[in-house]
Write a protein that binds this ligand. Structure first.
Ligand SMILES: NC(=O)c1ccc[n+]([C@@H]2O[C@H](COP(=O)([O-])OP(=O)(O)OC[C@H]3O[C@@H](n4cnc5c(N)ncnc54)[C@H](O)[C@@H]3O)[C@@H](O)[C@H]2O)c1
Length: 543
């Protein structure tokens, strides 16, 4: 099988730029430098797929190539199912992934429907065609660790601090670079040697070893010098973490990004299981051992946080006590601990990609970004670091957390630049489903909400509908991303800036309401920062 590459430049294979952008972003999700396993259509996050199977992939491609300006392609869990007559300003594609009626929404049922060929696991940006590779989570991880440094250690840097984590795949592979960007040393345990090799080759991780003693020596040496260093250790977290506890090694910070949300993607320790039943039992045993070790390190003084993979919940399913007497998890998730104040300002993982394939378009936009927000020092620091360190893989892209008002403003700038010919082709503007107003996920984005509304899932539906009626280029509604089947509902949107006046109107509408419903959601839950943001920026909340 040959890998699929995008055509570069600005000549179209489709009848309009919206369909062309969807086609290029679908292909980009499966670019061999972007996806973790393109042959099986798996983009990232355990088994997060871009299309149901290769036959359906080709049907989607054909449908996009023929899609008219007044038509909308409906994609049901990775399969093209209907070309609806709509209108010019409607989304060109509407995607629904992995949704199951709540009472039936169990992993067992999902696996059965999957085997029957009825559904597909879309993760967040895999099945909604706006994944931009490991960079997509890098800034979030970098800012999360920076917030942790301020809150837990009262400093702006993690110099001399030791971070322990596991997983070095699509998203988890950002951890080594995010830690060293904060001047920490990090040991990242990954069970597949080739995944560590890939991240070292890309420049996301500094060194690789298969020997725990060697890894710890490197870590200790760098820590003493206060020099940043990332080490990828080939091993299973369910073996390495308990061994560290046994040796009395206590890191300063412990987190995890193995794909624990999906029992079939988490690799159990020991020899390969004989069948699915044995796999399931052994994977839960390993998750319990892995989490027990994290809790032991917490008791020894490590700052521990969950990094959005539902490890705590899976350990609880496996029989481990992970909650206190009030029912709260013994260590917090990253959103309530460090990220929620950003959500209250409508901030989240906004991003853009250059459809031209030309990295210069991103460099030109970086300069425009810094000029548009001259006083935002955190943004300037991020762009400088990203330019120095982040490789362009697949279509050149930039992740950039922007808030309410800022997204619409920069959308205008991008569209004007495309219109004036300052960029070689249109730009796609989108975001992760992990965002301020687009997700209900009680073990992650909406954990521990002030008003107890963690599991209320009206918000992502409102977000999805608002972006659709306001004319995003494509919109999506998914179940189970990040934390797994049964645990989350979330929505996505992508807009194409093609430089036209019509597009300027649509961008303004979508990039206003998309974070706007997030500010409203957090104000409604009782967060003063969100209420203040709404007051200052004119987000209208009925009194
Ligand atoms: N916090 C966030 O913002 C965020 C964002 C995206 C994804 N996630 C979640 O993070 C997790 C990782 O996502 P990803 O895209 O990196 O997934 P991935 O499947 O691309 O990579 C996970 C890696 O973990 C490794 N692994 C599996 N079991 C292991 C074990 N027992 N010990 C050591 N390594 C093991 C795998 O070999 C793989 O390389 C998922 O649960 C995902 O849903 C969180």
């Amino acid at each position: 099988m040959q890998p699929i590459y995008n055509k570069k430049g600005n000549s179209l294979e489709c009848r309009n730029w919206d369909a062309e952008a969807a086609l290029r972003m679908l292909r980009n999700n499966l670019h061999p430098e972007v996806a973790i396993d393109w042959q099986n259509l798996i983009v990232y996050g355990g088994r997060g797929k871009a299309a149901r199977n290769w036959q359906e992939y080709h049907r989607i491609v054909e449908a996009l190539k023929n899609l008219g300006d007044e038509e909308t392609l409906c994609v049901q869990s990775g399969k093209a199912v209907y070309i609806a007559p709509t209108h010019r300003e409607a989304p060109r594609v509407i995607i629904a992934n992995s949704n199951i009626v709540p009472h039936w929404a169990t992993q067992e049922n999902f696996d059965r429907y999957d085997e029957m060929g009825l559904t597909m696991y879309g993760q967040m940006t895999a099945g909604s065609w706006i994944y931009i590779g490991t960079q997509g989570i890098l800034q979030g991880t970098y800012e999360t660790l920076a917030a942790l440094a301020r809150k837990e250690f009262g400093t702006d840097s993690l110099k001399g601090k030791f971070v322990l984590t596991a997983g070095m795949g699509g998203m988890s592979g950002a951890q080594p670079m995010a830690a060293t960007m904060n001047e920490a040393v990090i040991l990242d345990v990954e069970v597949r040697g080739e995944r560590v090799e890939r991240k070292v080759h890309e420049g996301y991780c500094d060194r690789m070893t298969r020997d725990l003693d060697e890894g710890l020596e490197w870590i200790e040496e760098a820590r003493k010098k206060g020099a940043p260093l990332s080490v990828g250790l080939v091993g299973n977290a369910a073996d390495v973490h308990p061994e560290l506890v046994r040796r009395g090694v206590t890191p300063d910070i412990v987190t995890d990004q193995t794909p624990a949300h999906d029992i079939w993607s988490y690799v159990p320790s020991g020899k390969p299981p004989r069948d699915r039943d044995e796999y399931r039992i052994r994977a839960y045993e390993s998750i319990v051992r892995h989490t027990e070790a994290i809790l032991a390190m917490q008791r020894q003084g490590a700052v521990c946080f969950d990094y959005g993979n539902n490890l705590r919940q899976q350990a609880e399913v496996g029989g481990l006590r992970v909650r206190d007497n009030q029912g709260q998890f013994l260590y917090p998730g990253f959103v309530p601990a460090y990220v929620r104040p950003l959500f209250c300002e409508g901030k989240g993982p906004f991003r853009w990609a250059a459809l031209s394939g030309d990295p210069q378009d991103i460099i030109t936009l970086d300069a425009a970004l810094l000029e548009t927000f001259p006083e935002d020092t955190a943004l300037h620091r991020w762009v400088k670091k990203a330019q120095e360190k982040v490789p362009f893989l697949g279509l050149p892209a930039r992740i950039c957390w922007l808030g309410y008002g800022e997204r619409a403003r920069f959308g205008r700038v991008i569209n004007d630049m495309v219109g004036k010919g300052a960029l070689r082709a249109p730009i796609v503007i989108g975001r992760d489903h992990l965002d301020t107003g687009s997700v209900a996920s009680p073990n992650r984005e909406t954990e521990g909400m002030e008003d107890g509304s963690d599991a209320i899932a009206d918000w992502p539906l409102l977000n999805f509908a608002l972006n659709a009626v306001n004319g995003a280029s494509w919109v999506s509604f998914h179940h189970g991303g990040g934390v797994g089947i049964g645990y989350a509902l979330h929505a996505g949107q992508v807009c194409v800036a093609d430089g036209t006046a019509e597009r300027a109107r649509r961008l303004e509408r979508v990039l206003t309401v998309d974070p706007g419903i997030g500010v409203a959601r957090h104000a409604d839950a009782g967060y003063p920062i969100a209420a203040e943001t709404a007051r200052q920026k004119g987000v209208r909340i009925p009194c």
